[in-house]
Design a protein around this ligand. Structure first.
Ligand code: ATP
Ligand code: MG
Length: 440
């Protein structure tokens, strides 16, 4: 197995990996210990015990061989067999042939060959009929001779007890380790959850806990979160401060313009209007971060509202494929609606018609806005999404220039929902296709 395929089979979660790291040595150690132990106990001990019994059996058989007649043989055999505590029958009424043992009888695998090796004329050994006794038939001059003795004379009793205890202990320790591990990993998971939530624009309560390293990472995360939140707040305050303060002089200027004569004032008023519009856009952008809350929303309804609104404003907008959502989705309807309005606004500014669709793909919701305008070349797409950038495009100047915030806002909204804004080209209409992807 090469490194790559190892990687494929390795568990993905930290928990799985930790469990593997923990279990692998334990299991390997157990396997090694069991193998060595089985080797020694099962093989060596069994072999020694079996040969000892075999010597006694050999003695008994030799006695029978030495006897002149069957009767004499039986007579000498009886007291000896009694002393050795070995049951005998001569002649054996039902001689055993071949060997018979249970599959799980590991030591039996060694008992039979040892007996056969040490004893002449073995016809058959039966370990299977009764777990606690060994029965065997050997050939003698006076016919088949049956031996019957306790099983624990040839192999260690209940050798599996050791294995059972070992496995049980291992299982118990694994459970204990599992619980410990779970406790150790929980703080990491909580940190990951907090970071994930913050990435989606939510600030969930979090206190660093757990091992020192995890606590340090947690504290670093909290610092970082506080700093980012502070920066966002400052940005918001600064932008709204500027926009707000500029409004007063703007209003004053507008009043002063009223005093001038119409022809002279007109171009200035248009400039003022433009400034006003830009200021409004800045204010909106600044407020965006704090606008609205997540709530259970029907996304199809949201799409319909946006299209409805654009139509009322005189735009040509139609529906593409709109998934009829049965489930409500948790999103910020104000923010998403605003993002979609921006995209539709762009589409109508740069093209003559727009199409809005809604689809679900895997664990994401995709709102798409397409148009029949010139689109944005691949290399300019990242640039277009940056705040305050307008692509130099003489074609659409006559329809009024924007501030360059529409796509930036849409991207912000997508990110707040754990998604992205994706720009592409529309297959159907030929212009831009903007996908607002939202994680479910
Ligand atoms: N549908 C589109 N087709 C072609 N170009 C587009 C389209 N949408 C945006 N662009 C280009 O991307 C630039 C940035 O778009 P964005 O929406 O961020 O700003 P804007 O439309 O200029 O201003 P705002 O939306 O803030 O009024 C635009 O200036 C335009 O050149
Ligand atoms: Mg725009």
């Amino acid at each position: 197995m090469n490194a790559l395929s190892m990687k494929r089979y390795a568990p993905r979660s930290l928990y799985g990996r930790a469990a593997l790291i923990l279990l692998l040595p334990v299991v390997s150690l157990q396997i090694v210990v069991s193998v060595v132990f089985i080797q020694r106990l099962f093989e060596d001990v069994t072999e020694q015990m079996s040969s000892n019994v075999a010597y006694e059996l050999r003695y008994l058989r030799n006695t029978v061989e030495a006897a002149p007649s069957l009767d004499a043989a039986r007579r000498t055999l009886a007291p000896l067999a009694r002393d050795f505590e070995i049951g005998t029958a001569l002649p054996d009424p039902a001689p055993i042939s071949g060997t018979d043992r249970q599959i799980y009888d590991l030591s039996g695998r060694l008992v039979v060959p040892t007996l056969v090796k040490e004893l002449d004329g073995v016809r058959g050994v039966d370990l299977a009929s009764d777990d606690d006794v060994v029965e065997m038939t050997v050939d003698t001059r006076h016919g088949p001779l049956r031996f019957r003795f306790d099983r624990d004379r040839v192999s260690a009793q209940n050798p599996h007890q050791f294995l059972v205890i070992m496995i049980l202990t291992a299982l118990l320790m694994t459970v204990v380790a599992y619980l410990f591990l779970k406790n150790q990993l929980r703080p990491i998971k909580r940190l990951a959850d907090a970071a994930l939530a913050f990435g989606k624009g939510r600030s969930v309560p979090y206190t660093p806990r757990g091992a020192r390293e995890v606590r340090n990472a947690g504290a670093a995360f909290l610092d970082m979160r506080a700093r980012i939140e502070r920066q966002i707040e400052q940005r918001t305050m600064m932008l709204s401060g500027i926009s707000h303060d500029l409004r007063t002089p703007l209003t004053r200027l507008r009043l002063e313009l009223e005093m001038l004569d119409e022809a002279e004032a007109e171009p200035m008023r248009r400039d003022l209007d433009e400034m006003q519009r830009m200021l409004d856009a800045f204010l909106d952008f600044a407020r965006e971060g704090v606008m609205g809350e997540r709530e259970d929303t029907n996304p199809a309804q949201l799409v319909e509202d946006v299209v409805e609104k654009a139509r009322r404003a005189g735009g040509t907008v139609d529906f593409g494929r709109v998934m009829q959502a049965n489930d409500l989705v948790s999103l910020n309807p104000l923010a998403v609606g605003r993002a979609l309005e921006n995209l539709v606004g762009n589409a109508l500014r740069h093209g003559s018609r727009a199409r809005v669709s809604l689809e679900r793909s895997g664990r994401a919701l995709v709102f798409s806005v397409e148009d029949d305008g010139p689109g944005i070349p691949v290399e300019a797409r990242a640039e277009a999404m940056r705040a305050f950038t307008r692509l130099d495009n003489a074609r659409n100047q006559n329809r009024g220039a924007g501030v360059g915030l529409g796509l930036a806002i849409a991207q912000d909204v997508a990110r707040q929902h754990g998604g992205i804004l994706r720009l592409g080209s529309s297959d159907d209409l030929g212009g831009l296709r903007a996908d607002l992807v939202i994680a479910l």
